[in-house]
Design a protein around this ligand. Structure first.
Ligand code: WTA
Length: 707
């Protein structure tokens, strides 16, 4: 199966003390290729070289017409791409369609009795529930009628949904899409406060909740966070008229939080008045926003990535079809949460547009033990599986042999969200995939709507740890800080960018188009007045290397974002939370390498004069972060330091702190205003003895550069 061994191709290039970005040497052992098993042959069209050729640069942008043609349009588009106002692209101009119709109604003729969703509750004693496309159709219509006539929502309104992984979440999203209501789903694990801020930013008057859910063997009282969300939104100037609450067990309220009269309503009760109602899907302009997805960036405030209806749906159906090889007869299980972009694109919109059977699992992968995912796969005969490196690492650590016990067979497995270590990839391939399944390592982002790099499943050779070539119609480039191309095979790292627009790219940042331009396009745009799309490459804020074989290896974020267990966390968000504590003078958050989660946040704080260092302050930091952001942002360690390492202009040198937390070389510190503090902090963190220094990964080496 292993085919070619490549030569290790990289060596360090240093220029004096300081490494320029382009010179950052990338040390890794080149991996052997794995040849996809012949057991499962891709059923999709990608095996046809003539088809692949249609996506060459010469055919841009019309190549994407094919993706759009996989959808049903009420009115065909006049023009594939309008680039007259860069970088605000318009896709499938003049076309009209409805996303819910495409994911539900159009499947009724052929697939009415087929499972659309199979819901697996966390408690193993509760059996799985199947929702057919027919039932989904009915339920989505009733919810749409309720949202329109009871909640008063109309096309273009925004609604914030803060829900766990239960079928009512995709049902609510599809009901919104039916009406042209823009949904903004906030990951269930975020705090009420985080939800309230997002609701305020999006201008939502309605919040949709669930009363509670099972997670890791515990009952989570989720409704309690709705009350905090409403308070937070109100403080931000956004009134919330209604909180609509799904009951996890219809007819039984399982939360201690009281229902506010006139504001809070049980959806299950209200729905009784909408039985049998059918709502015509609202025909939407291709450019009408479909949803917002908030994500972390370089500033403290999360940004609402706004995705369009036509281009987004075309891109996710195309990539789900060709890169995940999903067909109606497959049983597909993506273990991600719908509250993240992966769930939107590759649990809900992509697979459902393809009439897939999609498994929805409520709980933690390891509950009650590390065999759970494989039992689910065996029971439901899942044949396409999708998860993140963090989940793979966790399952490998907790039960490396468990997959062998169960009789399931995957034809295809996706990994997404973080760089995957070759060792972990090999376990995924050999043990989880039993050496039969092909793996696609898909690199992309919330902003990009769908995959950007991946191998063609069952067709391309696979290389552990490398995402692979760009997907159809995507033309990446790696540039150094000065805009010089880092050529394939040079062994240097640089910033990966996409030279062309594509239908899945976000439209703008909700309410902040200027930030959209600065964040993603300013860096490599040479002429802000240019009307030529070629002058507007998309800057992804990821470091990458490209060996001679054209397989991109993604090295991680180069901005102030930490990728914790595949979840994006803005270090500034965490720092802002720390600074709300009256005793805290300064805060700096840096990433530390973690064996399971990839990266974890480490918090450094200094206290105001006269405030003693106590455990109580540390606890306060943790609880404040959990309240303001959520448990996912919980720091691994909190260091209370006498002062921060600073430049002469007073800038905190986060890179030095990151180096200390990761036992790396702190580099040249002689130019600091207070170089002595570095040794003091080092001793505080690492103890008296200096251990061996580690090389450290690229994202940590570059951390803090951009401030
Ligand atoms: C990282 C998740 C390496 C990357 C879809 C990116 C990856 C960030 C991969 C986006 C991959 C995603 N290999 N790194 N296959 N996929 N990333 O917005 O740093 O939650 O910028 O989107 O995850 O995270 P987001």
């Amino acid at each position: 199966m292993a085919k070619v061994r490549q030569k290790p191709n990289v060596k360090a290039q240093k220029s004096g003390n300081k490494l320029t970005e382009a010179q950052i040497a990338v040390h890794w052992k080149e991996e052997e290729y794995f040849r996809p098993s012949k057991r499962f042959i891709a059923q999709a069209n990608l095996s046809d070289p003539a088809f692949v050729k249609k996506f060459s640069e010469k055919h841009f942008p019309e190549c994407f017409d094919h993706y759009a043609s996989l959808l049903d349009w009420d009115k065909p588009w006049r023009k594939t791409l309008d680039t007259s106002n860069p970088p605000f692209w318009k896709w499938f101009v003049g076309g009209k369609l409805n996303a819910c119709y495409n994911c539900v109604d159009r499947h009724l003729a052929k697939h009415r009795n087929k499972a659309a969703l199979i819901f697996v509750p966390e408690p193993e004693a509760e059996s799985a529930t199947v929702i057919t496309y027919q039932e989904l159709y009915k339920r989505v219509n009733e919810v749409a009628a309720m949202l329109r006539d009871f909640a008063g929502l109309k096309t273009g309104d925004r609604v914030t949904i803060h829900m766990p992984m239960i079928p009512e979440l995709p049902i609510t999203m599809l009901a919104c899409a039916r009406l042209g209501v823009v949904h903004s789903v906030v990951f269930g694990g975020f705090s009420g406060e985080a939800c309230g801020l997002r609701a305020a930013d999006s201008g939502s008057c309605v919040l949709i909740y669930a009363d509670g859910y099972h997670r890791n063997g515990k009952w989570v009282d989720h409704k309690a966070s709705a009350d905090i969300a409403v308070r937070t939104a109100t403080k931000e100037g956004q009134e919330i008229d209604k909180v609509l609450v799904w009951q996890r067990y219809p007819g039984k309220y399982t939360s201690d939080s009281p229902m506010a009269a006139g504001r809070d309503f049980f959806i299950n009760d209200v729905l009784k008045n909408y039985r049998r109602q059918i709502v015509e899907p609202v025909s939407q302009d291709a450019e009408a926003p479909l949803f917002l997805m908030y994500t972390s960036g370089t500033t403290g405030k999360p940004k609402g990535c706004q995705h369009r209806t036509g281009g987004y749906l075309a891109y996710v159906i195309g990539t789900a079809r060709y890169y995940q090889d999903i067909h109606p007869e497959d049983v597909y299980w993506c273990m991600a949460d719908i509250g993240w972009i992966t769930g939107h694109s590759y649990i809900v919109y992509g697979p459902m547009a393809l009439a897939a059977t999609s498994v929805l699992y409520e709980g933690a992968p390891q509950f009650p033990d590390a065999g759970r995912p494989w039992r689910i796969a065996e029971r439901l005969d899942v044949n396409i599986f999708h998860t993140s490196p963090t989940a793979i690492r966790m399952l490998r650590k907790a039960g490396g042999n468990e997959p062998k016990i169960y009789n399931y067979h995957f034809k295809h497995m996706t990994t997404v969200g973080e760089p995957i270590e070759p060792e972990v990839w090999k376990w995924y391939y050999q043990v989880v995939g039993k050496g039969e399944a092909v793996i696609v390592d898909t690199w992309w982002q919330t902003e990009t709507g769908g995959f950007l790099c991946s191998t063609k499943p069952a067709l391309d050779l696979m290389k552990p740890g490398s995402a692979g070539p760009a997907v159809l119609g995507i033309y990446p480039v790696i540039w150094d800080e000065n805009g010089h191309e880092v050529k394939a095979g040079s062994g240097n790292a640089g910033n990966i960018c996409i030279r062309n627009p594509w239908p899945g790219i976000m439209q703008t940042i909700w309410g902040d188009p200027q930030r959209f331009v600065t964040q993603y396009y300013k860096k490599y745009n040479k002429n802000p007045k240019s009307k030529n799309w070629r002058d507007w490459p998309y800057y992804a804020a990821d470091g990458a290397v490209l060996p001679a074989d054209g397989y991109y290896r993604i090295l991680g974020r180069v901005d102030d974002v930490i990728n914790v267990a595949g979840h994006r966390l803005g270090t500034k968000e965490v720092e802002s939370a720390c600074l709300t504590i009256p005793e805290v003078a300064e805060a700096a958050v840096v990433p530390a390498v973690d064996e399971v989660k990839g990266r974890v946040p480490v918090v450094y704080i200094s206290l105001k004069p006269g405030v003693p260092t106590t455990k109580a302050i540390e606890d306060k930091v943790t609880s404040t972060i959990e309240t303001m952001i959520g448990k996912i942002a919980r720091p691994k360690t909190i260091h209370i330091v006498p002062d921060m390492p600073k430049t002469r202009s007073g800038k905190i040198m986060r890179r030095v702190l990151a180096a200390i937390s990761n036992h790396m070389d702190t580099g040249d510190i002689t130019t600091l205003a207070n170089p002595d503090i570095v040794e003091q902090i080092r001793e505080l963190v690492q103890g008296r003895n200096v251990g061996p220094l580690r090389e450290g990964p690229e994202d940590i080496k570059r951390f803090g550069d951009e401030r």
